[in-house]
Design a binder for this molecule. Structure first.
Ligand code: ZN
Length: 591
């Protein structure tokens, strides 16, 4: 279908954001002409009156820029062949870069102010909208070095990025793999076809995908180990240069989350391998295998039983499933579904996948490529979770504090998925669909909570080994990884020798201490969904303390306000109980 052939009711209405091309040009001009004015404040932020004027002007400009930036990119996402949209998006890219350069002085200039001045700004009611950013400047000040040292670190940053570049060159360009033979045909093996081949029903196909892929990595394994060692050393170097204990502390400080959240995740999972081992044993039984191997872990154990709902029915299902969120929330969902907030159908040239995106000054938007599958009903609930999180934050916070941070970004979306999952499990009659839903839930938990926790533990160990002077050789890294693999997956799967090299193919490891957020996000969301279902009054806590909170506090503190403390065992107990209940039910249904 072309975009013109799609019914209007399935399209978003971008004119709620920017009314016309004329309005776009006007906003563009406003931002452009304000740049010299913004630049004129350089060197003046130590003066109270000038600083206040600057923050106000900067906020107005950023707000307009955000509007035209998001509008032009969403317009382009409707159809990549629309030349007008493409050129508008490119113009706003350029404008955003110029704006960024113009105000690049803010951070260093504010950090250079003495504590007394910053404290006075923070205490000043006129600066109330900006107090969180100012507190952040103060918090980060302790790790800002002298001008000369900062200049040295800035000069080294390009060289330190080399390990990431090398990894991507190897992964995406230089490494070649033996093809996999399927049904007499040779299929090209690469990092993107691997996932599908590993889920193949034919065991020989997935086994050879596994072996051929790892052979490709093993052929470069000394290079990969040396490169990863360089990345770890770079993390620890910058961290210690900036006065942190190690790379973990630096990274968590940047996230606004205590390091204890990270170690607590690892501890909690290490105390709860039993449910994961039970799941692995059940897979083995359902697949009827004498010996289960690592290449058997991605093949579906339950026959695919899709709920093929037309979009309108999917909407109805999501509305009913999210009823525990209260009338106001459901009312907003209905508005999103009927007032042009969502672009529903796939069409030629439209951007693939799904997202939710929003500017402060307009309602949030959702892009979908809806097809009648079970997964897409979950995607609808997921993206609407982001959408309403943004809506509430827009209405609960001023512009300077409305954006929420990555640590909490996936909580509202996964919470909605969990509520949908619980609703479907209670209301679907068809046993095959129930079994399929349970298998999806268990798989999501394995790959998001457990697998990412194992990655987090690997990164933690590797950085620690480096600090303790233990060389990051192939043997040391792979030996440590294999032990982790055995510990996590237990006795009902063979930890094949080649899995020891899995660490070498994870691109996220070049962005250290990132993946833990998948595990903590899922844990927090599961805990919140359980609270909502058990205690209707909790919905108000969640709405007022979390959804409306935007980024007005550190993300860890926001979750604590919503009664989810990820430095304690409680959220993990909730999440593992949810996983265990699904296992009980699937075992029962499969008897
Ligand atoms: Zn998401």
């Amino acid at each position: 279908m072309t975009r013109n052939e799609v019914d209007k009711k399935y399209k978003w209405n971008l004119s709620d954001m920017v009314k016309s091309a004329d309005e776009f040009e006007k906003l563009f001009k406003d931002v452009e002409t304000a740049l010299p004015a913004l630049a004129s404040y350089k060197g003046k932020l130590g003066d109270r009156a000038a600083a206040l004027e600057f923050f106000k002007l900067d906020g107005e400009v950023e707000r307009k820029l955000e509007l035209i930036y998001i509008w032009s990119h969403m317009y382009k996402d409707e159809d990549a062949k629309n030349g007008e949209a493409m050129s508008l998006a490119m113009r706003t890219d350029g404008l955003a870069a110029r704006c960024g350069e113009t105000v690049a002085f803010i951070d260093s200039e504010l950090s250079a102010l003495d504590k007394a001045t910053l404290d006075a700004y923070i205490a000043d009611p006129d600066f109330a909208e900006y107090d969180f950013s100012l507190k952040e400047v103060l918090r980060r000040k302790a790790h800002i070095l002298s001008d000369r040292e900062e200049a040295l670190l800035a000069m080294s940053s390009d060289a330190l990025r080399t390990t990431t570049n090398v990894a991507h060159m190897l992964f995406d360009a230089d490494m070649k793999f033996e093809p996999v033979v399927k049904g007499g045909k040779k299929i090209e093996l690469n990092n993107s076809s691997y996932g599908e081949l590993l889920g193949d029903e034919n065991r020989e196909v997935r086994k050879s995908a596994f072996n051929n892929l790892y052979d490709g990595y093993i052929a470069h394994i000394n290079t990969l180990a040396a490169n990863y060692a360089g990345s770890v050393k770079g993390d620890n170097f910058v961290a210690r240069a900036r006065g942190y204990k190690d790379g973990l502390e630096m990274s968590m400080f940047g996230d606004g989350v205590p390091s204890s959240v990270y170690t607590n995740l690892i501890d909690a999972v290490n105390k709860n391998f039993a449910p994961l081992h039970r799941y692995i044993a059940l897979r083995k039984k359902l697949l009827g295998l004498k010996e289960q191997h690592m290449y058997d872990l991605y093949v579906p154990v339950i026959e695919n039983a899709e709920m093929k709902l037309p979009y309108e029915e999917a909407c109805q299902t999501v509305l009913t499933a999210l009823a525990p969120m209260g009338d106001e929330y459901v009312g907003l969902l209905k508005r999103a579904m009927t007032e042009g907030w969502i672009d529903v159908m796939p069409s030629a040239g439209k951007r693939g996948g799904a997202y939710s995106w929003s500017a402060y000054s307009a309602h949030p938007y959702v892009l979908l490529n809806y097809t009648p599958t079970t997964e897409d009903i979950f995607t609808l609930a997921h993206e609407l979770g982001h959408c309403l999180h943004s809506y509430y934050s827009q209405n609960g916070q001023p512009f300077s504090k409305w954006n929420y941070q990555i640590f909490v970004a996936e909580v509202a979306s996964i919470c909605n998925e969990t509520l949908l999952d619980e609703y479907l499990m209670k209301n679907v009659k068809d046993v095959n669909i129930k079994k399929y839903l349970l298998s999806l839930r268990l798989n999501r938990f394995r790959t998001t909570l457990f697998r990412q926790a194992m990655f987090a533990e690997f990164e933690y160990n590797a950085h620690k080994m480096d600090l303790e002077g233990k060389p990051l050789t192939v043997d040391n890294l792979s030996g440590m990884y294999l032990e982790l693999n055995k510990k996590y997956y237990g006795a009902d799967v063979v930890s094949d020798d080649k899995i020891a090299y899995e660490w070498s193919r994870i691109p996220h490891f070049y962005n250290a201490f990132y993946v833990y957020k998948y595990s903590t996000g899922m844990t927090a969301a599961t805990s919140i969904a359980q609270n909502i279902l058990k205690n209707p009054e909790y919905v108000n806590v969640y709405k007022n303390k979390f959804l409306k909170a935007g980024g007005h506090k550190l993300p860890y503190d926001i979750l604590c306000d919503a009664q989810v403390d990820l430095a304690t065992v409680k959220p993990y107990d909730d999440a593992f109980a949810f996983f265990n209940a699904a296992l009980d039910e699937l075992e029962e249904l499969c008897k």
